[in-house]
Write a protein of this length. Structure first.
Length: 303
């Protein structure tokens, strides 16, 4: 006897193959390569952009009886640039309950999350989205990073700041080493948002604002976020070496708390000096910093 699931598997396979065939590499920001025997993306490219294993995606496209979560299906749907009816159809074929995500979800943090990062002071703490938008900061983070030129830019997005601030004022010391890794990390998140206007507009605008970003983006490099030791500079105290560590947030799958810990005693002393002279060194008040963040996230609602 043929079950509903058995009938749906060939339909799921055909649906995914047809949608894969219509997406061109240039549509998802991939560099041009060799001529292709068939149109569209390859299976391994869909898997890479979606953040899933090649074998798993191949089995999904072959209609094999595997479990698929809503999060993974969303990633595949974004890579294949599915519209809302197509996404709902994909869920139905994969036998996963479909629930559209409300607009504006996770664009701000609650009092509990803000309280956590405030309590971490004197450690530097911030809440980033997968696009490096800044959702919330604590005072120690603002001490180091809200220098006059970054405030003048008025865009609380780490990548936008680092690629558009003058090189002399860039807070990252090893810029040629660190920025390519950040762009590669951005691309690993981009695979879940291919075709979304907010993401596409952001990539396009930053590419126009920074030829260096455009070159790095065109390289197609992909990397996952992880703990690192980074060196920053502040005009008042000089260089500081910090270890970054990311922490997940319940209910905000594409946002993370990043905590920066002094790597050595000299850095610890310099961070303490910033704290001691906070009122004298700050270019903006806490209310002004919060207002900048709120305005940016209101104008850029999609994660």
């Amino acid at each position: 006897m043929t079950t509903t699931a058995h009938r749906r598997r060939p339909e799921l396979a055909a649906f995914l193959r047809s949608r894969r065939a219509r997406v061109q590499p240039a549509d998802v920001g991939m560099p041009p390569g060799l001529r292709r025997r068939t149109p569209g993306l390859r299976r391994e490219e869909v898997a890479q952009l979606s953040g899933v294993g090649v074998t798993w995606y191949t089995w999904l496209e072959q209609g094999r009886p595997i479990n698929a979560s809503a999060q993974v299906l969303d990633a595949v749907a974004r890579t294949l640039m599915l519209d809302l009816p197509e996404r709902e159809h994909l869920y139905r074929l994969a036998e996963v309950p479909f629930a559209p995500v409300p607009e504006g979800l996770s664009r701000s943090v609650g009092a509990e999350v803000q309280g956590i990062i405030d309590a971490l002071d004197p450690l530097l703490a911030v809440v980033y989205t997968s696009r490096y938008d800044v959702l919330a900061t604590n005072a120690a983070y603002r001490d180091l990073f809200l220098v006059p030129e970054t405030v003048r830019i008025g865009v609380p997005n780490v990548l936008w700041t680092l690629f558009t601030v003058s090189e002399d004022a860039c807070p990252v010391v090893h810029r040629q080493r660190e920025l390519p890794k950040m762009v590669a990390t951005l691309r690993s998140s981009y695979g879940r948002h291919v075709g979304e206007p907010a993401w596409e507009d952001f990539i396009r605008a930053l590419s126009q604002a920074s030829p260096y970003f455009a070159r790095l983006w065109a390289s197609g490099a992909v990397a996952q976020p992880g703990p690192r030791v980074k060196t920053f500079r502040h005009e008042a105290v000089g260089e500081v070496r910090m270890t970054s560590q990311s922490l997940s947030i319940d209910g905000m799958p594409e946002a993370r708390i990043v905590v920066y810990t002094p790597e050595d005693e000299r850095t610890r002393e310099r961070v303490a000096l910033l704290r001691e002279h906070r009122q004298r060194l700050w270019p903006v008040t806490e209310e002004e910093a919060t207002g900048i963040i709120r305005e940016w996230n209101t104008r850029n609602p999609a994660l």
